[in-house]
Design a protein around this ligand. Sequence first.
Ligand code: AMP
Length: 394
Amino acid sequence: MSKIMAVNAGSSSLKFQLLKMPEEKMITSGIVERIGMKKSVFSIKVNGEKIEETTSIPNHGNAVNILLQKLIEHNIIEGYDEIAGVGHRVVHGGDKISESVVLDEEKIEYLEGIIDLAPLHLGPNLTGIKAFQKVLPNVKHVGVFDTAFHQTMPEEAYLYAVPYDWFANHKVRKYGFHGTSHKFITQRYAEMMNKEVKDVNLIIAHIGNGASICAVKNGKSIDTSMGFTPLEGIPMGTRSGNIDPAVVEYMMKVKKKSVKEIMNYLNKQSGYLGVSGLSSDSRDLVAASKSGNHQAKLAIDVQAKRITDYIAAYNNYVGGADAIIFTAGIGENAIYTRALIGSKLSSLGVEIDDERNDCRGVEKKISSDKSKIDVYVIPTNEEVMIARDTMALL
Ligand code: AMP
């Protein structure tokens, strides 16, 4: 039996899950928040109960130390040597990393060289990795990359039609994100159907606060809606998804704002929040929409329309999907939104069964027996995927 730690480090937070492998059983999970701020918060689940304390945690190194001490204090482990490996979620692997890798000096150096591709996330990811490596120098640290699963996209899918030099010399291309989730769903669907991964064609709608659609052909990603950054694609909680790039220059002039300020609107003030003027949270919008709020309804309608545009295009690109899969917060829970998306796919012969669709957070077929394409809800589990890849590399 091995215990694997799955870690997701952000700029001021560090999420963790300790898993028993190969059983894939969660032993504990928790989060350190507000690292480097006045009052940091550490929370951990012990026997299913959340224990929270406010303390001073100046940096990621302290966060790792406290987290490991707490595991011992709460009798979750007896010593650090029980942790067989640490898997780190890493946002970007650039154009060289197409699968999970052991994070040696050379790999870390490569990642430091591509920080500009994802400055908000990759920097903090690396800080977390180094902090863990310092405290646990004798175990393997594995990087599991959000972009890796999409490295199988063909040139025609990942290349933007811009001057070729932008790609050749400046790495401008579609990378795609949420790859760990799309890969987990692909493997899980194959397992559920008793098929080999190479025999499945899917369209996966990972719809959470961030959202992306993935076209999977023969078990591999051949296109996805997020691009050079996670801003491209469908509208999300606060991100706009695709817009005409000319809007940026126009709004800079009209509002007398800098590029940075306009990008901030597109990343943080758009999507559900921007259109509804109310909230970035799907639950608020569904409730408001049901009580007659037009903009709340519109925010959901605009997103659903764009999602179905992608699904129809990807169904063509994969040569006919075996199934459409809904996952992540909204995909797993928002009954209304799933039904709405299904109703916009009637030309593909998709039919959602209202009774089957009346479910949250469970693995289930929600299409009717007449539906030409099966539709499933499959809860994602990125931590299990991280632990699996880490085990495989130990
Ligand atoms: P994620 O980023 O995957 O955690 O997803 C967050 C989104 O899932 C938010 O918009 C939530 O409102 C949405 N969500 C979570 N639970 C529900 C629910 N029961 N009904 C509708 N939306 C939900």
